[in-house]
Design a protein around this ligand. Structure first.
Ligand code: NDP
Ligand code: 13P
Ligand code: ZN
Length: 360
């Protein structure tokens, strides 16, 4: 059942109420894909299935999953950029097929689309990440692209997650490194949340905050193990992505894993669409955010380098000017979320931080 926390919280009777939704079955490991039919049976969801995947992933993992579901009523649907129009198109496809279950096989865009569509139609979905590239694999939030920038919307967390480490280990290393950077972003997301708590009185959840923090710490401790692609690396990163997603579900918002570095990343995506992966842009934003907080930004940079993630605008293939613009305009994204990027950064300061990124 989908949950409208805002509606619940507006009702005085439920002032202290929060409904946290978590996945029920989580299967991680080699050949985990083979468990999908059994998991569907275990969930007790019988009926037409909508299989969502991306243009690349449909040809490989999507096709494998379709093969595993042979004999069941399955309709396939490709997912593009996650906009409200795209969500509507997928919703129409699900309605037309009479789908009772969505299986999302792919990266963050495909999984987020499934989360919103299943929430809107009040049906279940199973998350099958093909890469460890983002921490949305388990969360109850989805990031939707609008003309005004990315918005974080309430969505349905997956009823089950099937993370095949064999599949994830064969994805390009760039995707794994991006997922690690999305986790390392938790360091500044937390600092921003605490800053907002002190300056604006925004409520914090100590549980969500602590889980988000230790997730980033454990990942950094294992940085050398995730510097190359193998199933051990896939395991370590998937566990971190799951844990970070649960922190978001506990908070009922993406706050524990998305602060100013994410606002910067969303602005960068608007200024230079498709150039950087989500996690890559977040990693760069984390170095900048930590610099602005006066924290150990070089330590963040070292961790990202060890993992093989980009740490300068040049690494990402964008100009310093575009990066400066993203620093200055990050505050336009989700203005209600107060962060270090919302403190009136001058152009001189933005230029200085971008130049510092190249310091040895
Ligand atoms: N809801 C939440 O809490 C969160 C949401 N997000 C969102 O997730 C998205 C970012 O996720 P990300 O995965 O980086 O981006 P994408 O979903 O865009 O995937 C990036 C690329 O990787 C490809 N890919 C995926 N798996 C494989 C594979 N095994 N082999 C080869 N290529 C592969 C995809 O192919 P294809 O063409 O098939 O798609 C796509 O081209 C953003 O929209 C972001 O906002 C991020 C973090 C948290
Ligand atoms: O990407 C996220 C956490 O890693 C959450 O997404 P938003 O920045 O859209 O809230
Ligand atoms: Zn993110």
């Amino acid at each position: 059942m989908n949950v409208d926390n805002n509606r619940i919280l507006k009702d005085k009777t439920f002032d202290k109420s929060r409904w946290m939704q978590m996945p029920r079955n989580v299967v991680v490991g080699h050949d985990a894909l083979l468990q999908i039919p059994g998991i569907i049976d275990d969930l007790g969801v019988a009926g037409p299935i909508l299989l969502l995947s991306g243009a690349t992933t449909m040809q490989t993992v999507g096709a494998r999953v379709a093969g595993l579901l042979e004999g069941r009523p399955v309709t396939t649907c490709l997912v593009g950029r996650i906009t409200y129009d795209e969500i509507q198109r997928v919703e129409d496809a699900a309605k037309e097929a009479g789908s009772v279950l969505i299986i999302a096989v792919g990266g963050g865009r495909v999984i987020d689309t499934a989360k919103v569509v299943s929430y809107n139609l009040d049906i279940q979905f199973v998350s099958v990440p093909t890469a460890a590239s983002h921490d949305g694999i388990a969360s109850s939030r989805a990031s939707v692209v609008t003309d005004a920038g990315n918005v974080s919307v309430a969505a349905q967390p997956p009823l089950a997650i099937v993370a095949d480490t064999g599949v994830i280990a064969t994805a390009p290393h760039r995707l794994l490194a991006a997922g690690c950077a999305d986790i390392i972003a938790n360091y500044t997301a937390i600092l921003d949340w605490e800053l907002s708590h002190r300056l604006t009185g925004e409520a914090i959840s100590e549980y969500a905050l602590t889980l988000s923090k230790i997730t980033a710490e454990i990942l950094v401790k294992n940085a050398d193990l995730v510097s190359h692609n193998d199933e051990t690396a896939a395991w370590i990163v998937v566990k971190a992505l799951f844990s970070s997603g649960i922190a978001m579900s506990i908070a009922g918002s993406s706050r524990p894993a998305s602060g100013g570095e994410h606002k910067f990343a969303h602005m960068l995506e608007r200024l230079a669409p498709g150039v950087a992966l989500h996690g890559e842009a977040c990693g760069l934003g984390t170095i900048i955010g930590m610099y602005l907080h006066g924290g150990d930004w070089k330590g963040i940079r070292t961790s990202l380098r060890r993992i093989g993630a980009p740490t300068t605008p040049k690494d990402l293939g964008i100009s310093n000017e575009t990066c400066v613009e993203a620093v200055l305009r990050a505050c336009e994204i989700r203005p209600e979320r107060f962060t270090i990027f919302d403190t009136g950064i001058t152009r001189e300061a933005a230029v200085a931080v971008v130049e510092a990124l190249y310091e040895v």
